[in-house]
Design a protein. Structure first.
Length: 182
């Protein structure tokens, strides 16, 4: 099936659903019903924007290899104008949560199966789907510069997703990483 090949997912003919892994959670997407469900136990619920991302990923993913070349949202065609104002990536949710606590940031990323990356003061990569990796970078603040975080995407991101869906993905990432766990 074309969707399964492009999105690296499976389809259950009997129960009529696609199964796709999205950031450590197995999702079932029922195209004949208005239903998306996470079936993984002990998985944190992702932001509702992730459901929009999942549907678009199934519809638009392309059968292309990951380049492992990181770009920012500003490097996406049209990104300089799109990703500002109401579409500014809310990385402040991450920065505000950790407020110069690099170890706290590292612990949260490792809890979410992040893989350390040698960038910034601390950085981790996450496999959102088999074709969509992201990197989250974190800089500890000091007297001259505030704490800052940033999301980078594989160079192929805009081959798979439109800017508004990349924004939906980024909001979900920021909210999940910036969430207080206890």
């Amino acid at each position: 099936m074309e969707v399964c090949r492009r999105a690296l997912c499976t389809y259950d003919d009997t129960n009529e659903f696609y199964a796709v892994s999205v950031w450590d959670c197995e999702y079932r997407i029922y195209p004949r019903q208005p239903k998306i469900e996470c079936i993984s136990k002990n998985s944190e619920r992702l932001h509702s924007y992730f459901e929009l991302f999942i549907v678009h990923y199934l519809l638009k993913a392309k059968e292309i290899e990951i380049t492992n070349q990181w770009i920012s949202e500003k490097d996406i065609p049209g990104g300089i104008t799109f990703f500002r104002g109401p579409h500014a990536i809310p990385t402040n949710l991450i920065s505000a949560q950790f407020e110069s606590n690099i170890q706290g940031f590292k612990n949260r990323c490792e809890h979410l199966n992040g893989i350390p990356l040698s960038l910034a003061d601390a950085a981790y990569t996450f496999e959102i789907t088999s074709r969509i990796p992201v990197a989250v970078l974190y800089w500890k603040g000091d007297d001259e510069f505030p704490t800052e975080s940033k999301i980078l995407y594989d160079k192929t991101i805009f081959e798979h997703l439109a800017s508004d869906i990349i924004y939906a993905l980024a909001v979900g990432i920021c909210e999940r990483l910036g969430k207080t766990i206890g």
